[in-house]
Design a protein around this ligand. Structure first.
Ligand SMILES: [Zn+2]
Length: 456
């Protein structure tokens, strides 16, 4: 009998398919089309892909892993997706607070950038940003800045996924003196990273108000030549809309539509001051929206009509923006919580933007906003293995009735323990595996001194 039994077990082992990893936890939040939350669940990973997510007993029976990570006191979830940020600006964190966008930009950020931004600044700032994001459970970030090739190098070094937009702007900046120079550089940048496993290079004209119509059209044409996303700030403030209304008698969304800017993969950051007609345009062109609740609240920019956008099924993701003075951190747990609460308090309805909708924006809906829903945003067979493990053994996590509610309303970025991107562990037990944390923090302290001096 025991011989038959061991033969049976041997046959089972033979039948089990190989896997590189099995991660198991008390709950697995899949964000798959059924939005399954699996109690005592596991995920099997091979190479850069997910093989399967399901009950631990079933996954253990089907796969023979080379390595495993079992945490009965944790939640496994898809890596969080940041759809709008300027990571290198981490070095300006807290440099000027409590100002309106135009004052903050024109009196502090643009002058500070003119004096300090270089390729090295961008490298260290992005390393700091990636360190914060990865340790806080963000596995994909969408960036807009200067020297975006250096941002891409730093992201790859961190082992982080990035949709990284080279900024094109209508005045001389640190990396380029003219938009024509920036466009020529961006073409080379798109060529260099077009087939990268972690980086999606993008074209990022800063905004309608900071670029000529010709530059915007050229940006679109360039993006389409490479099938790359175009990223732009849109209707962030009422002033932006008022100025465009005074200039051309129309909204920024409509102006950009008439310029053909939405004809291709597009992501609009903020979209605070958009009306029904604007949203119809954005919907018809499948424009992704990056909602940035912390930034919109801190700069008093306004409240984006996210409840309406979701009713229209727009692809709305979340972004911390910042981190210089418009936030000032890169914490998607906070953005989920604030996105939900901001809609509730401004519509006077606690039913709007429930926890599931907030988590969708940070995962699968964010993936849609980036046009990457087939690759990331949920734990499903064949998708990239971008996975986080979040501890639920702290006072803020207990007791736990509903894993999704806990993710949005109770857990913190600092509760993230383990992070995998593209099948590769990048953080283990809340320690980064890919970057030199001590060196990055020491550099940040050095930059604080030189940046402070430059502003005196
Ligand atoms: Zn921004």
């Amino acid at each position: 009998m025991s011989r038959i039994c061991s033969l049976f077990l041997f046959a089972l082992t033979l039948a089990a398919a190989p896997a590189d990893w099995i991660w198991s936890a008390r709950y697995v939040i899949t964000m798959d089309p059924q939005r399954r939350v699996i109690e005592n669940g596991a995920v099997a990973i091979q190479g850069d892909r997910i093989l399967a997510a399901g009950p631990k007993s079933e996954i253990d029976g089907r796969y023979q892993p080379k390595q495993r990570l079992d945490r009965p006191d944790a939640i496994i979830a898809p890596g969080l997706i940041n759809t709008h940020t300027h990571a290198a600006m981490s070095l300006f964190r807290g440099i000027a607070d409590d100002l309106r966008l135009q004052d903050w930009l024109e009196k502090f950020i643009f002058p500070a950038e003119a004096k300090n931004v270089s390729a090295e600044f961008v490298r260290w700032g992005t390393r700091l940003g990636c360190l914060e994001m990865l340790l806080g459970g963000t596995t994909t970030f969408t960036d807009m800045y200067y020297f975006e090739d250096v941002v891409a190098e730093a992201a790859k070094e961190a082992g982080m996924r990035g949709v990284l937009g080279q900024t094109i702007i209508g005045f001389p900046v640190a990396d380029h003196k003219t938009p024509a120079d920036a466009l020529a550089f961006t073409a080379r940048y798109l060529e260099r990273f077009r087939n990268d496993p972690l980086i999606v290079p993008a074209v990022a004209p800063h905004a309608l108000y900071s670029n000529s119509d010709e530059t915007l059209k050229a940006s679109r044409a360039l993006a389409n030549r490479f099938d790359a996303p175009l990223i732009i700030h849109l209707s962030e403030t009422k002033k932006e809309n008022d100025d465009e209304m005074a200039k051309r008698g129309t909204s920024p969304t409509k102006t950009l539509d008439s310029l053909g800017l939405w004809n291709g993969r597009s992501l609009a950051a903020h979209a605070v001051w958009v009306d029904e007609a604007d949203m119809a345009i954005l919907k018809s062109h499948h424009v992704g929206i990056a909602h940035c609740p912390s930034s919109n609240m801190k700069l008093a920019s306004g409240v984006a009509p996210v409840t309406r956008m979701l009713a229209l099924d727009l692809a709305v993701g979340l972004g911390p923006d910042g981190p210089a003075g418009s936030n000032n951190d890169l914490n998607l747990f906070e953005e989920m919580d604030l996105a939900a609460k901001l809609q509730k308090v401004t519509t006077l309805s606690p039913q709007v933007l429930p926890a599931t909708a907030a988590l969708e924006m940070a995962t699968i809906r964010g993936a849609h906003a980036l046009g990457m829903e087939k690759e990331i945003g949920s734990l499903e067979p064949g998708k990239r293995a971008d996975i986080i493990m979040v501890r639920i053994d702290r006072p803020n996590a207990q007791p736990l009735y509903d894993a999704v509610s806990q993710m949005v309303y109770a857990l913190k970025a600092s509760d993230v323990r383990d992070v995998m991107v593209n099948g590769k562990p990048v953080a283990r037990d809340a320690k980064i595996l890919t970057l030199n944390e001590q060196q990055i923090l020491a550099k940040a302290a050095e930059y604080r001194v030189s940046i402070s001096k430059s502003l005196q």
